[in-house]
Design a binder for this molecule. Structure first.
Ligand SMILES: *Cc1c(COP(=O)(O)O)cnc(C)c1O
Length: 494
C-alpha cells in the first residue's frame, strides 16, 4: 500500500516508511494513495477474535510488513486485562465499547501497543542505519501509553512533552515515574496546542536544516498523526459491530451509530475509515467538551480556533487544533492536496477556515456533534452510576451526554455505541466528586475512596503508581523544546 501526503502531490512512500516517518516532510499527513475497497470485510469478520480482526485490517493498510499475525500477537498478547481486548457492554439503552483495558488504562493503548512493534520492524527492515527518536506531544494519555510501548525497545528513544499543569495528577505521575533507559517526559509551560505546535515545528526545522553537526538519529512521531496509530484503531469498530451481531442486537447489514469523545480526531477518523471500508455506520456522533471547536465545525463548516482555551475534567480532549481533521478534509475533498494545504495555511495564519458547501454537506451527512461542559459531565457520571451501577470516566461521560441528546433528536432508532476511552481511576477526584463525595487531597487516597464507594477496583497499573519514584522533573518553555530535542538526540549519538 502506498501513502501520499495530504498537502502535496509529490512522491508516495510505502507503509513501512509512512510508519517510520510519522509526518510527511512537507508537513502533511500520510493517507492511502488509493483507499482500499473491502465491501465484504465486515461480514467476514463476524464472530472473529480481536486478533483475527486486527490481522485482516493490518493486512489491508500495512501490507509491506511481513508476518502480520506475528506483529499482532506481539502487540496484544498478555498486555490487556481481558482476553477480549476491547469488550462491548450493554448499559441501559446503549452500548459501551470499553477501550481502557490496556497497560495504561486509556484507549491509546490499543494503538500504542502495536506502533512500537511496527516501528521497530520498520527500523530493522528499511535500515538507514540510524536510530529513531520519537517526539510526542501529549494531552495526557498518549505520553504514558507511548512510553510504556516503547520502553527499552532497541534503537528507538522517545521524548514526551505534556502541558505543565494540564494533565491529571495520576496522568502526570504515570509519565514522570516511567521506567526505561530510552525515554524521558518533559513538562512544557502552556497548553497542549502550544506543545503540539512546537513539536511539529521541530520536525519541520530538522527536515529543512538537518542537525547542526553529526547526529545518527531520525525523528518520528507517536502522535495520532502516525498511520501506525490510526490503523489499529480501525479494528475495534469492526469488532464492536461483530459483537452486536453476536449479542443478537442487530443482524448483519444493519446500521449503527458510534459516539466518540474527540480531541485530535484520531479515534473518530479511524471509525470513518472503517465506514469507508464498508462497515454499516449511519452516523458518527462527535462529542466535545467545552473546547467545542470541532462540534462547532461539524455544525457550521467553519473551523475557528480563536476562542478561549479551557482546562476541563476531560483533559485529553482539551485541544483546539485538531491534527487528524486534515485527513478528513483530504477525503471529503476527493484527495485535493492543494485545497487542504490552503486550508491549513489559513489555519496557521488566521486560526480560521471555512470549507466549501459541498464538503459541508458531506460533513453533515456523515457526522453529528455536540458538547458537554464540566457540570453536564459530572451529572452524567452520577446519573449513569445511579441508574445502571456503571462507573464512567469524564471523557466517556462527555460522549454519553452527547449521545443522549442525539438519541432524543433522531427520529429513527439504531443502536448507539459509546466509545469509553479511559478508566475512571485515571480521574478519581472528578469522578468521586461527581458521585457527591469529598475527595482526599492525595490522588491515591481518592482511588481507595472510589473503590470503597462503588465496590469497583482500581486497575493494578494505576494502584501501583503511588510508590514509584519520580524520575523526570524538567519544566521548560515551548521556545526551549527545539534545543532540548537537539541535546537529547546528541547525547544518544553512538
Ligand atoms: C486521546 C483521548 C481522547 C481523544 O481521542 P482523539 O483521537 O484525540 O480524538 C478521548 N479520551 C481519552 C481518554 C483520550 O486519552
Amino acid at each position: 500500500m502506498l501513502y501520499r501526503s495530504t498537502r502535496s502531490d509529490g512522491k508516495s512512500v510505502d507503509s513501512m516508511k509512512a510508519v517510520l516517518e510519522g509526518l510527511s516532510p512537507d508537513g502533511g499527513l500520510y493517507m492511502p494513495a488509493i483507499f482500499p475497497e473491502a465491501p465484504d470485510l465486515y461480514r467476514s469478520l463476524i464472530g472473529k477474535t480481536f486478533a483475527e480482526t486486527a490481522e485482516a485490517v493490518f493486512s489491508l493498510f500495512l501490507n509491506d510488513f511481513d508476518d502480520i499475525p506475528g506483529i499482532v500477537k506481539k502487540a496484544y498478547s498478555g498486555k490487556f486485562d481481558t482476553p477480549e481486548i476491547t469488550p462491548l457492554k450493554k448499559v441501559g439503552d446503549r452500548f459501551v465499547l470499553e477501550l481502557f483495558h490496556g497497560p495504561t488504562s486509556a484507549f491509546k493503548d490499543v494503538a500504542l501497543s502495536a506502533l512500537p512493534v511496527l516501528m521497530s520492524e520498520a527500523v530493522r527492515k528499511t535500515g538507514s542505519g540510524k536510530d529513531v527518536l520519537i517526539l510526542t506531544a501529549t494531552s495526557g494519555d498518549t505520553g504514558k501509553a507511548a512510553m510504556e510501548g516503547f520502553k527499552d525497545v532497541d534503537r528507538i528513544r522517545i521524548l514526551v512533552f505534556y502541558p505543565d499543569g494540564g494533565v491529571s495528577p495520576i496522568q502526570e505521575k504515570q509519565m514522570t515515574s516511567q521506567e526505561g533507559q530510552n525515554l524521558a517526559a518533559v513538562a512544557v509551560r502552556g497548553n497542549f496546542d502550544d506543545a503540539q505546535t512546537a513539536v511539529k515545528s521541530v520536525f519541520k526545522r530538522i527536515a529543512k536544516e538537518g542537525w547542526s553537526g553529526e547526529c545518527r538519529t531520525d525523528l518520528s512521531s507517536a502522535n495520532s498523526i502516525n498511520v501506525g496509530r490510526l490503523v489499529p484503531q480501525i479494528v475495534y469498530y469492526f469488532k464492536a459491530y461483530s459483537d452486536l451481531v453476536g449479542m443478537g442486537e442487530i443482524t448483519v447489514g444493519d446500521e449503527v451509530d458510534f459516539t466518540v469523545p474527540t480531541g485530535n480526531f484520531g479515534d473518530i477518523l479511524a471509525g470513518f475509515f472503517a465506514k469507508k471500508l464498508g462497515l454499516p455506520v449511519r452516523k458518527f456522533i462527535l462529542a466535545a467538551n467545552e473546547n467545542d471547536v470541532l462540534s462547532d465545525f461539524i455544525e457550521t463548516g467553519r473551523y475557528d480556533k480563536n476562542r478561549p482555551f479551557y482546562r476541563t475534567s476531560s483533559p485529553s480532549m482539551d485541544i483546539l487544533v485538531s491534527s487528524n481533521l486534515e485527513r478528513l478534509l483530504f477525503l471529503l475533498s476527493g484527495g485535493d492536496a492543494s485545497y487542504v494545504k490552503g486550508l491549513m495555511e489559513e489555519l496557521a495564519e488566521t486560526g480560521v477556515y471555512e470549507v466549501t458547501d459541498e464538503i459541508f454537506r458531506k460533513l453533515q451527512e456523515e457526522f453529528s456533534a455536540g458538547s458537554a461542559d464540566d457540570v453536564e459531565t459530572a451529572e452524567t457520571i452520577r446519573e449513569v452510576y445511579d441508574r445502571y451501577g456503571y462507573l464512567i470516566d469524564p471523557h466517556t461521560a462527555v460522549a454519553w451526554f452527547v449521545s443522549t441528546v442525539e438519541m432524543l433528536r433522531s427520529e429513527t432508532k439504531v443502536p448507539n455505541v459509546v466509545l469509553s476511552t479511559a478508566s475512571p481511576y485515571k480521574f478519581p477526584k472528578d469522578v468521586l466528586n461527581a458521585l457527591g463525595e469529598i475527595a482526599d487531597p492525595d490522588p491515591f487516597a481518592v482511588m481507595s475512596q472510589l473503590e470503597k464507594k462503588t465496590g469497583t477496583k482500581a486497575p493494578e497499573n494505576l494502584r501501583n503508581l503511588s510508590g514509584k519514584p519520580v524520575r523526570f522533573r524538567d519544566v521548560i518553555d515551548r521556545e526551549e523544546i527545539f534545543d532540548y530535542v537537539v541535546k537529547y538526540a546528541m547525547e544518544g549519538r553512538k
